[in-house]
Each structure stands twice: as C-alpha cells, then as structure tokens.
Ligand binder design. Structure first.
Ligand code: F6R
Ligand code: ZN
Length: 190
C-alpha cells in the first residue's frame, strides 16, 4: 500500500466517495435480535431481507498511527416503531475514539459506556460528533425519505467488538412517535 498522501471526494448528491476499497452492505437479517419488536422484525424479514445500511471503506494498514475513514449510509425505514439503524459496536481496543461528520440526512447517534453511562446526540447535515474512547456507538436514521450519511475517521488499530451489543442491544432506543422521534429505555437492557 502506498504511503503517499492522497485525496478523494464525496461527490454530492450521491455522497459515494470517489475512492472505495471495500463496500459493506448490511441487510435486515444481520440485525436479528436488535430491534425491540420481534414480531415486526419477523414479518418484515419474511417479506424481504431489506438493505438497511451500507459502508464504503477506504483501506489503510490496521496498525497504530494509521487512521481508517469511510462513509456510512443508513437508509430510511422502521421495524415496528424503531428506526433503521446500524448494528453498533464498541471498539476492540476500547480506548479509541471516533469522529463523525454528518453529510446528509437526519438521525441520532446512540452511545453508551461499559459502566452504563448513556448519551444520544442528534445528527443533522453539517454537524460533527466526537465519540470519546470507550463509548459504543450506533447510527439511527430518522428521516422518512432521506439516507443518513456520515463520514467517519478512527484509529486503524481499533477493531470492532459487536458481541457485547448483540446480547441485549443499547440501553436507549429511538422510536417513532406522534411528536417525532422519541428516545426511550430499552426494556431488555436493564
Ligand atoms: C467504525 C464505525 C463506522 C461503522 C459503520 C457501520 O468504527 O463506527 O464505520 O462501522 O457506521 O456500523 P457497524 O460497524 O456498527 O455495523
Ligand atoms: Zn466505531
């Protein structure tokens, strides 16, 4: 891999980066056990294993000192009242942070620490979010029509721990309500 400086573009309106080394597509089935309304999940999955989100990665060596970058696109939709979202994870090297820049759309970043501290930050185009070390993070798209598009950067040696979140999900959930998105406690994560 070249060690020369490089550039790439996020070309609007599609926001797909001009340089892509890996394209991940996560479908509904990959989020089994994460949505609270299990019946709604099963019904939707029986109809179609819908594409929920995609990630375009720019590869670098996964070693200390390097940074990984990419674009995450969460599509609009709901399972029951719960908005489409990413799986979410801690970094395997827990003590590593991440920066997100919201390029397009509307949504939330749901976060928590291993000690049970929680934070939920609204994302709108132009907003930058700093996720400090030790905070697990999940993006949620709350727009009815638009993708939630974020650009992210994090230490290349961080790795991903999905297993902890897979057990019962995050402590907070984002649900659709009469007054718009509502942040509620996840009854399974007590
Ligand atoms: C990397 C990171 C993002 C997410 C992406 C998809 O550390 O936080 O690139 O990987 O938004 O979410 P997950 O990885 O939770 O499926
Ligand atoms: Zn991360």
């Amino acid at each position: 891999m070249s060690d020369l400086p490089f550039t790439f573009m996020l070309n609007m309106p599609g926001v797909i980066p001009s340089r892509i080394d890996n394209h991940i597509q996560r479908k509904l089935s990959a989020l089994k056990g994460q949505f609270n309304d299990q019946q709604a999940f099963d019904k939707m999955l029986a109809e179609e294993d819908r594409l929920i989100y995609e990630v375009y990665e720019i590869k670098r060596p996964e070693v200390e000192g390097e940074m990984l970058m990419g674009v995450s696109i969460v599509h609009p939709g709901k399972v029951g009242r719960e908005y489409f979202m990413t799986k979410g994870h801690f970094h395997s090297v827990l003590n590593t942070a991440e920066v997100y820049y919201c390029v397009r759309g509307e949504g939330y970043m749901v976060m928590e620490t291993p000690d049970g501290e929680t934070a939920v930050e609204a994302l709108v185009a132009g907003k930058i979010l700093y996720v400090p070390p030790c905070w697990a993070h999940r993006s949620v798209c709350t727009s009815r029509q638009d993708d939630l598009v974020t650009f992210f950067v994090y230490p290349a040696n961080a790795g991903h721990d999905y297993g902890t979140i897979e057990q019962v999900g995050f402590r907070k959930m984002v649900l659709d309500s009469e007054n718009g998105p509502e942040i509620v406690d996840n009854p399974r994560a007590k």
